[in-house]
Design a protein around this ligand. Structure first.
Ligand SMILES: [Ca+2]
Ligand SMILES: [Ca+2]
Length: 216
């Protein structure tokens, strides 16, 4: 009686339980599902990082260029004294420079010392920490090759405006009161060393600034 019951239980167990092959198949299927879900999460995270980087470059480039436009608009020289406080100057102009220097006009008295008391402002490309410029490599592994920092100096105080600038070019035609500035800000989002900047988020802006106080 007892043996018959045991056999019946075993028999019922083998019918309702899983064979080894079933266990292996379900394990493989579970693994496939986990991998697919993992890949989807990873792709979403990458897309989010890329979008955040894109928004950040756009906001940073816009902010820097707006400040520069505001300041440069008040720059120029003194008409009567024939002094030009802007480099590149109106007389000589300049092409593809990476430094821009100027003074702003603060008053309209016609007196040099009163009208132009402000210290010189400089926007310049400088070295970015950890990155060696010009070697074609992403030395600091931030996902951007050969980026530099854009620094603003006024009265001996230097503030780094951004550490991911891939282009800052100043152009002025000789005799022109317009200075053209091109700014390119980049952010890597792959979290790895890269060999080109194609995968980085990049915002490229150009502004033509008409100076209100041109030296002539
Ligand atoms: Ca870099
Ligand atoms: Ca480099």
């Amino acid at each position: 009686m007892g043996a018959t019951l045991l056999l019946r239980r075993r028999s019922a167990g083998s019918r309702n339980g899983f064979t080894l092959i079933e266990v292996v198949i379900s394990a493989v299927l579970t693994m496939v599902v986990v991998l697919i879900v993992g890949a989807a999460i990873d792709m979403t995270a990458r897309q989010t990082r890329a979008e955040v980087a894109r928004l950040e470059t756009a906001a940073t480039a816009r902010r820097i260029l707006q400040q520069l436009e505001r300041e440069l608009g008040d720059a120029g020289g003194d008409l009567d004294a024939a002094v030009d406080y802007v480099t590149p100057s109106r007389a000589a102009g300049g092409a593809n420079l990476t430094t821009l220097r100027f003074r702003q006009r603060r008053a309209l008295t016609g007196v040099l010392a009163t009208d132009w008391p402000e210290p010189e402002i400089t926007y310049a490309l400088v070295a970015a920490p950890g990155e060696i410029f010009g070697n074609g490599q992403d030395d600091d592994a931030d996902g951007v090759v050969d980026e530099r920092a854009l620094a603003r100096t006024q009265g001996g105080t230097t503030v780094v405006l951004d550490e991911g600038v891939t282009r800052f070019l100043v152009n002025r035609a000789a005799g022109s009161d317009v200075v053209q500035v091109t700014l390119e800000v980049a952010r890597g989002h792959e979290r790895r060393r890269v060999t080109t900047n194609e995968g980085a988020a990049i915002t490229h802006l150009t502004a033509s600034v008409l100076m209100r106080n041109p030296a002539q």
